[in-house]
Design a protein around this ligand. Structure first.
Ligand code: PLP
Length: 359
């Protein structure tokens, strides 16, 4: 499988988010190898577009980003465990402290390097409770913490009608009052488009940068990732024959089958396969839609090109990209664009276009 990664489109999506965020600073979330596209190339492309603040999940992702983004502020969402102190210091990383324990451990460090705190306003994932946040703000040693940012995270920003969005907003507005003068950050990609009330001082888009749809009725984004696979062979099969492992799909007509060089070892999901009981995903061949036949195997996927007679060995089939949105490909595999993109494997060959040269 070949991934063409358009770093110019990545920069354009960041600028679109930055414009939508108005006066708020626009950061970039580049966790999980920049949602699968490659942090070493995404980081410099975003920095060149004007991004100054980045969020990663793991401390090791922070180390990799630091190597290519020497001037960036880099926050690590996992927070802080005492035995990673050396890595934080060496690479000038900022933990997003998630619990009173993490705060206590952080305070033990000499000097007070920069950090953020995350407050849970209704997601029940990581974060201080609102009460713990108020206690911290009242305690004398809040000043010694090197605190630069107070954050929270939305649970359902992609569904604007859910009342939890406004409940979380109200809680975050209140928490923020306890930390006067401290910059605040709340919105992920979808949160930016809920309303300006959600912007605060900094927004944190992830998925929107990579070109997946944010939510219904939101502005379109530039396509960043195009996944293609070459047709290795075209074969003819008769009605009643079966295709692939498990013989799970029986041909209803005499068919031409294109076997393409993409499989689950590339990160193309096995759940995109088809059977007699369930329609699977689709690909584009010569500008037309071709359905998957049978199971997706480790290295190969079969497509029905009976109605695309000009399809030939050597052609590229588009698995997702400008003509087949990544969200559609993900939905056909029973998943979401986040999982499809971050699951793209190391074997998938990445070709970068329209961006800065590698560092
Ligand atoms: C992943 C993540 C984001 C980015 O979310 P998207 O929906 O991809 O925009 C922002 N903030 C936090 C805390 C996250 O974990």
């Amino acid at each position: 499988m070949i991934l063409t990664i358009d770093l110019g489109a990545l920069a354009a999506n960041w600028r679109m988010c930055a414009a939508a965020a108005g006066k708020a600073e626009c950061a970039a979330v580049v966790k999980a190898d920049a949602y699968g596209i490659g942090i070493e190339r995404a980081g410099p492309a975003l920095a060149a577009a004007g991004c100054r603040t980045f969020f990663v999940a793991r401390v090791d992702e922070g180390r990799r980003l630091r190597a290519v983004a020497p001037d960036a502020a880099i926050y690590v969402l996992d927070g802080f465990l005492a035995d990673t102190a050396g890595t934080y210091r060496e690479h000038d990383l900022r933990p997003v402290l998630n619990s009173p324990d993490q705060i206590a451990t952080w305070k033990e460090l000499p000097g007070s390097p920069s950090c953020a705190i995350l407050v849970d306003t209704g997601m029940n994932r990581l974060g201080l409770t609102p009460r713990e946040a108020r206690e911290l703000s009242a305690s004398a040693d809040a000043q010694d913490l090197g605190l630069r940012l107070v954050m929270s995270h939305l649970a359902c920003a992609d569904t604007p009608a859910r009342p939890l969005n406004e409940q979380q907003l109200a809680r975050f507005q209140e928490i923020r009052l306890a930390f006067p003068g401290l910059p605040a950050s709340f919105a992920n990609s979808a949160g930016i488009f809920l309303s300006p009330d959600y912007h605060f001082d900094m927004v944190r888009p992830g998925i929107a940068l990579y070109g997946a749809a944010i939510a219904e009725d939101r502005p379109p984004l530039a396509t960043v990732v195009t996944a293609e696979a070459r047709i290795l062979q075209i074969r003819a099969a008769k009605a009643g024959e079966t295709v692939g492992y498990g013989a799970g799909e029986t041909l209803k007509r005499a068919s031409r089958i294109a076997v393409v060089a993409a499989g689950y070892a590339d990160g193309y999901p096995r759940s995109a396969g088809s059977s007699d009981n369930r329609a699977g995903g689709r690909a584009r061949v010569r500008g037309r839609s071709a359905r998957i036949l049978g199971r997706v195997s480790m290295d190969l996927t079969a497509l029905d090109v009976t109605d695309i007679p000009e399809a030939a060995a050597g052609d590229f089939a588009e698995l997702f990209g400008p003509n087949l949105p990544v969200d559609e490909a993900a939905a056909a595999a029973g998943t979401i664009a986040y999982e499809l993109l971050t699951g793209l494997s190391r074997r998938a060959h990445r070709v970068y276009v329209n961006g800065p040269a590698p560092a």
